[in-house]
Design a binder for this molecule. Structure first.
Ligand SMILES: Cc1cc2nc3c(=O)[nH]c(=O)nc-3n(C[C@H](O)[C@H](O)[C@H](O)COP(=O)(O)OP(=O)(O)OC[C@H]3O[C@@H](n4cnc5c(N)ncnc54)[C@H](O)[C@@H]3O)c2cc1C
Length: 197
């Protein structure tokens, strides 16, 4: 079974893990590593140590869907609305600026990280925290990935979902891969996925 590492347990990493699982059920072992102590990234929710019902969203606080994205991502919105993870924002927000006509805003009754948690759960991935990736080396046809204070591990495919400045801080062979044409990188991923299929 092919081993896929997704670095980052934010929205991009979690949705990537979920879509990969739905596309290739039982064909890949999906592992997610994040340097933090929990999931969410810039969509994280903190709880009061004295009262777990008291939460605060530290990054994104609501989700805006323009008419275009509401249409092309309708299945995502329908799924999250059906599970009460999203609810339409109905309360008026003073001085709220809308950049476009027809934008729908949604809130997350269980905190914004509930979106990320939903996709991680759906993915069935092994999710490991306190895994700060530092080096990535090309090894045979796959990748050797090192994290702070731990032994390196090998994966067939590595998906980096952290912001670009953090990707560029990685040591090893990532920089030389970034210099490749993006089409070459996509062709490589496509070829690997075809092998898995
Ligand atoms: C203050 C604020 C308000 C916002 N408001 C809104 C809003 O109202 N509506 C909206 O839609 N969006 C909003 N956004 C944007 C939204 O939060 C982001 O677009 C989205 O969360 C990005 O998700 P991501 O998974 O791409 O990246 P991230 O959430 O940044 O996830 C990347 C993950 O990678 C991990 N990581 C980084 N480097 C490493 C490493 N070397 N090894 C292992 N793990 C690593 C990080 O810990 C992080 O968890 C807001 C953002 C901020 C900061």
């Amino acid at each position: 079974m092919s081993r896929v590492l997704i670095v980052g347990a934010g929205l991009t990493g979690s949705i990537c893990a979920c879509l990969l699982r739905r596309e290739l059920p039982n064909k890949v072992k999906i592992v997610v590593w994040d340097k933090s102590r929990g999931s969410g990234g810039r969509m994280s929710t903190s709880r009061s140590p004295n009262n777990s019902a008291c939460t605060v969203d530290l990054g994104a606080q609501y989700i805006s869907a323009t008419p275009y994205y509401a249409r092309i991502h309708s299945s995502f919105y329908e799924e999250l609305l059906a599970q009460d993870i999203l609810k339409p924002l109905v309360a008026p927000v003073e001085n709220m600026m809308s950049k476009e006509e027809g934008i729908m805003n949604y809130v997350t009754p269980h905190g914004v990280s509930s979106i990320v948690k939903h996709y991680l759960k759906e993915s069935g991935a092994e999710v490991l925290y306190d895994r700060h990736v530092t080096h990535i080396h090309r090894k045979d046809t796959g990748w050797e990935v090192c994290h702070k204070g731990g032994a390196s591990q090998q994966f067939d495919i590595v998906v980096l979902t952290m912001p670009v400045p953090q990707i560029l801080q990685l040591q090893g062979d990532v920089e030389s891969w970034c210099e490749l044409q993006w089409t070459d990188v996509f062709l490589d991923i496509e070829a690997k996925l075809q092998q898995i299929n």
